[in-house]
Design a protein around this ligand. Sequence first.
Ligand SMILES: Cc1cc2nc3c(=O)[nH]c(=O)nc-3n(C[C@H](O)[C@H](O)[C@H](O)COP(=O)(O)OP(=O)(O)OC[C@H]3O[C@@H](n4cnc5c(N)ncnc54)[C@H](O)[C@@H]3O)c2cc1C
Length: 455
Amino acid sequence: MTTLDVSAVRTRFTGQVVAPGDDGYDGARALFYGGHDPRPAVVIRPADPAEVASVVRLAQETGLELSVRCGGHSPVGHSVVDGGIVLDLAHLRAIAVDVEERTVWAQAGLTAGDVTKALAEHGLAVGFGDTGTVGIGGITTGGGVGFLSRKYGMTIDNVLAAEVVTADGEILQVDDTHHPDLFWAIRGGGGNFGVVTRFKYQLHEVPGVVGGMILLPATPEVIHGFLREAAAAPEELSVIVNVMPAPPMPFIPAEHHGSMVVMGLVCYAGPAEEGEKVLAPIRALAEPIADFVRPITYAEMFMEEGDDEYHPTATARTMYADELDLGRVTQIVEQLRTAPAPIRVAQFRPLGGAVDRVAADATAYAHRGRAFMVNIASFLDGPDTRAEREQWVLDTSAVAENGVPGAYVNFLTEDGATRAREAYPGATWDRLTRVKQQYDPGNLFRRNVNIPPAG
Ligand SMILES: Cc1cc2nc3c(=O)[nH]c(=O)nc-3n(C[C@H](O)[C@H](O)[C@H](O)COP(=O)(O)OP(=O)(O)OC[C@H]3O[C@@H](n4cnc5c(N)ncnc54)[C@H](O)[C@@H]3O)c2cc1C
């Protein structure tokens, strides 16, 4: 490893170079999640794909560890590296919509919210997750499960092509016929294979949705009923069911603050009249505490503004469940009720629909055919609470998880190093290691849920 000569680096890039002591250094190394305090040797924001390739070569030349950053929402802080080089894609923000072809090329410095907003002008959409500030780079390379998943599949199911800078600094155009193995691997295999500088997505006409948040009392019967109705509903409906203490927000009646509620995020991507009918059995489960579900544009599902000062620390576990019967749900509610942390959440995402119409080996996301994705999370109140909160997460997960053990790579936390084989089971793992051997034999891209080169 050589010491980095930052002034020489500055002459090499027209994009932005931020080093310790520069204005903006602290902002450039901050992540969405707190609890990380890495001090990179340099943060480089390349101006174009050729400069991305230069950063990759710089990392090879210096031997400094490289991290790739898009939206900065990595739960484990993978996108910023202590003492190393941060390749921050923030300046790659070009977007080109082809309305007739219903496709978009979007550069990888954009967020889910940026792309959704730009497409909304044309009544078009591609599904990402539930949060607009998440970067398209991280969510797309890991999979992408959100408000349009049951209708139009995961984000990766809508990727038609991509531009990738490989470990040796080559810029490749990849799709089903050009570098098909690499194209397969970047759809679910995370950041292991190169830096994606732009994605081409298939778009869908989504003129409006019936969507928003509904708050219901968190009895086991209501939660079980919500999941049952959502799983049986037409695939136009995708929901995310969060069970958690009601936060003290102005739109929630004060008498409910702190009590357990179901915070359901719903999105019906079809005619409003049909949506109201499909949602009726969910609304009938109990008198809603609050009901903000109404006909809106799809972009309004992402109305939240990013808050640069909000950096929660949390521990969480991702898993799948094939059944969530009333007995199991009752035990989960009891776990939530008696949890040590003031803020804890059990999140359930009914899957199916278009997610399952893609073969398990068609992309590097192998968990097709699972009924529910589940995430159990507990916030921390200082490092001393970590062990206790992790134990609670494990205990609660043991109740929720059933069927073949599995993990969604984008929700893996510190357990990512030990659970990579659950994210990438069997033949998927073997193929990923072979693609890694071909495109990154030296494991330059290792700040991720790492897939080692075969052999
Ligand atoms: C509040 C919140 C809500 C979320 N909701 C959802 C959700 O609803 N659905 C869902 O599926 N996921 C969700 N996620 C998980 C999210 O998809 C992952 O954390 C994702 O990695 C974040 O992407 P990013 O670009 O913001 O992160 P970053 O921290 O910038 O990147 C994370 C890692 O992704 C890789 N990466 C990023 N960009 C590229 C690129 N262009 N080329 C190659 N590798 C790259 C790198 O390995 C990088 O270290 C959520 C996360 C948070 C924090």
